[in-house]
Design a protein. Structure first.
Lengths: 249, 249
DNA sequence: CAGCAGTAAACTGTCGACAATCGGGAGAGG
DNA sequence: CCTCTCCCGATTGTCGACAGTTTACTGCTG
């Protein structure tokens, strides 16, 4: 691990590896592939910080401080932030710096729209390429989500849900959709920390898998699309609730 | 103009502006906004080089040479290329450099798939938000394309076609779709230099505008989708022709 | 006490230089 | 003559430093 994580700075970093130690093993088992470039590591670390909420939307990302915390110079940090701006996680203001992107309600709404189409496409293709083992795995994930709902285990549900859609994407075998879908998911990461009507959502999952299992391509597409649109509706109603609450307060 | 274009290096660069010349006007009319960052300028210049075909798919982009040609240091060049990698125009190979991305047939096919969905979405929304002036402008562009086809003016057709889809995107007022659509178009830029069955394509344009003008949302969506899928079919058939030719040779 | 100007600190944008790594070519050996 | 190895040049990855701009603080004035 070349790059220090920001977390690790809070602890004493005692995990310094002495790679050049003792004997040189004739056939090294792992370190054959060179360490990833610092830019990429910084990219992933900043991505993690944003996704985990440690960097809140709208907050400023200071190059200098970040570079110091990660133990690298500003070069790689600048490269990483540039890429993250292009990826849509950050926004750059000339001569002011980069900030964690905050989405307007319109942008979130549009995000749902495109995700719906992509989900439909991937479900349709998944219905064409399904195998018994995949269907079994999807059903297993649905059960997992069911259990997570019963135990109010938000994180477990979140992970299983991610795995569910990830597996569909994998089976769909459509890299272009998959990539864009992942980008869109990342942009709206903060929405997924709170959950609305998970039971109903999981019911939709069941229907989707049934259509995929039956090989009903068009039905799978429609259910996939609707699944996301229903998510959008749930988000909208939660918005209205928030607005009502703030109004009554 | 701070940045030198690569083209300009072939000519003698005589257009050196002496910005600090003669008198200082008390109230400067234009230069109030500071020049764009070099990274952004390099970004656009490399993008232009790729789009125009001066940098062919698969060719290597040398940081040092590019920086020297543009008259900047390698820092901005690295930032720009990182962003372009994220944008999908370049690919980075660790410790080897960046190359102009070349798409496999599968990737191009998938590109069409997603573009079809987005075009459908934008046409549907355009049908909801149409105005008389927009319809008139769309019809005007169709006529322009018609004329370009008659005159075998590929470039004119290309530009009008771009304007046509751009106008629909603008009317659709769906930034998310629009952004992704543009990215996808850029990735497959090289396909649009050769044209297949433009007359038929323009006929589809007519139908699309008719549906949008009539406010028939679902029909507009379907025609928009099909328009791109027909483009995909035309591309596939041109592929087969190429394969047949190379086989007979 | 509030508002404004001036100054100083902080931060971004950019550059040149050094180190590490990869590819190609020369040379030796089979 | 072919192949493998070693070395060198070319190129990327990274760093520290400087310059210009923005921001924040301080002190002055109405």
């Amino acid at each position: 691990m070349v790059l220090k994580t920001v977390d690790s700075l809070l602890k004493t970093d005692e995990d310094r590896e002495t790679a050049q130690s003792a004997r040189v093993i004739p056939m090294p088992v792992k370190p054959l592939q060179r360490a990833e470039s610092l830019s990429s590591q910084v990219y992933r670390e900043v991505e993690r910080l944003v996704m985990s909420g440690q960097l809140e939307p709208g907050s400023k990302v200071n190059e200098y401080i970040l570079a110091e915390q990660l133990g690298v110079s500003r070069g790689p940090v600048r490269e990483a932030t540039r890429a993250l701006v292009q990826a849509g996680l950050l926004v750059a203001v000339p001569a002011r710096g980069v900030f964690v992107r905050e989405l307007s309600e319109t942008e979130i709404s549009e995000n749902y729209d495109v995700r719906a189409l992509l989900t439909g496409l991937m479900c349709a293709r998944a219905a064409e390429r399904r195998t018994d083992s995949v269907i079994a795995e999807l059903n297993h994930l649905i059960v997992e989500m069911e259990e997570a709902i019963g135990q109010r285990a938000i994180l477990a549900y979140y992970k299983a849900n991610l795995a569910f859609h990830g597996l569909i994407a994998q089976v769909a075998d459509h890299a272009c959709s998959s990539r864009i879908y992942d980008d869109l998911i990342r942009e709206t990461h903060f929405l997924r920390r709170s959950l609305h009507a998970p039971a109903q959502t999981n019911e939709e999952h069941r229907d989707m898998v049934a259509a995929i299992a039956a090989g009903d391509v068009e039905r799978a597409r429609r259910l996939g699309e609707e699944h996301v649109f229903h998510g959008k509706r749930r988000w909208l109603s939660s918005l209205k609730e928030d607005a009502a609450e703030t109004k009554t307060i």
